[in-house]
Design a protein around this ligand. Structure first.
Ligand code: 3IX
Length: 208
């Protein structure tokens, strides 16, 4: 299946996971998207002192308002809006899934200014973050035992441009006992930009 057949929404789920009934939170998802835009604008802006102070006041008011609604991990909604690109979180860049067959994924990603390293290049840690998250989702696809990243190696082949639509792919290359090896690649329309190899170790019962 592909994005073109009208089931794209399905693939925006966290690689095959359906949103548990009653946990959709479109207003929270909108908030997460606004925070992400804020991160990009903040990083790129050089406001006059009065605007910086006013912005700090506004954000401090928001922090105080949200302080009354803190919940533990089981009740967290951030990152669990599976039907939304970006999943209602602000850490990993929003990835748009195009195809997923249970083991291989193709997707698109664009890094905003928040992810700038220096000299126009995306921060290398952001590339590792992207791969850890996407390769981790492949290793933890529905029906597979839970696993955690034991090792992640990234080869940076070319400077990775900001604000450019890139293709990211991942697939399981082999499974040896508890060890799941997942490979990934990030490409522009012309070049291979980065490659990754992740080792995900399936958890024992007392590690879940
Ligand atoms: C955060 C989510 C976690 C899981 C959630 C699961 C499902 C939830 C639903 C959906 C999730 C969907 C997607 C998830 C998205 C992203 C995932 C991100 C994942 C992470 O970001 S998670 C945080 C970072 N991660 C850690 O926090 C791990 C800390 N760590 C440990 O928890 C232990 O270290 C562990 C359990 C990994 C292994 O420990 P252990 O004691 O059970 O096993 P042991 O050490 O015996 O290793 C067994 C065999 O792996 C080989 N081996 C081990 N480590 C190796 C290495 N580094 N290099 C080469 N080989 C290695 C050994 O050599 C042996 O190989 P052999 O059997 O051949 O001898």
């Amino acid at each position: 299946m592909s994005a073109a057949d009208g089931v794209r929404e399905h693939y925006n789920l966290w690689l095959g996971r359906r949103q548990p009934p009653g946990t959709e939170d479109p207003d929270f998802t909108r908030l997460a998207d606004a925070v992400r835009r804020l991160q990009d604008q903040f990083t790129a802006s050089r406001p006059p002192p009065a605007l910086a102070a006013h912005s700090a006041d506004t954000i401090e008011d928001l922090v105080a308002a949200l302080a009354g609604y803190q919940v533990g991990e089981p009740d967290q909604v951030a990152g669990r809006q599976f039907a939304a690109v970006g999943r209602g979180q602000t850490f990993v860049p929003p990835v748009e899934i195009d195809t997923f067959d249970g083991d291989s994924v193709t997707a698109r990603v664009s890094f905003g200014r928040f992810y700038l390293g220096s000299n126009g290049a995306v921060h290398g840690g952001a590339i590792s973050l992207l791969f850890d998250d996407l390769l981790g989702q492949v290793a933890n696809a529905p029906g597979k035992p839970r696993s955690r990243t034991a090792s992640l190696s990234v080869d940076y082949r070319r400077v990775i441009p900001l604000e450019t639509e890139l293709t990211v792919t991942a697939h399981t290359s082999r499974v040896e006992g508890r060890k799941v090896f997942v490979s990934g690649a990030l490409r522009s329309d012309r070049h291979l930009l980065a490659e990754a190899e992740g080792l995900f170790v399936r958890l024992l019962a007392d590690q879940q």
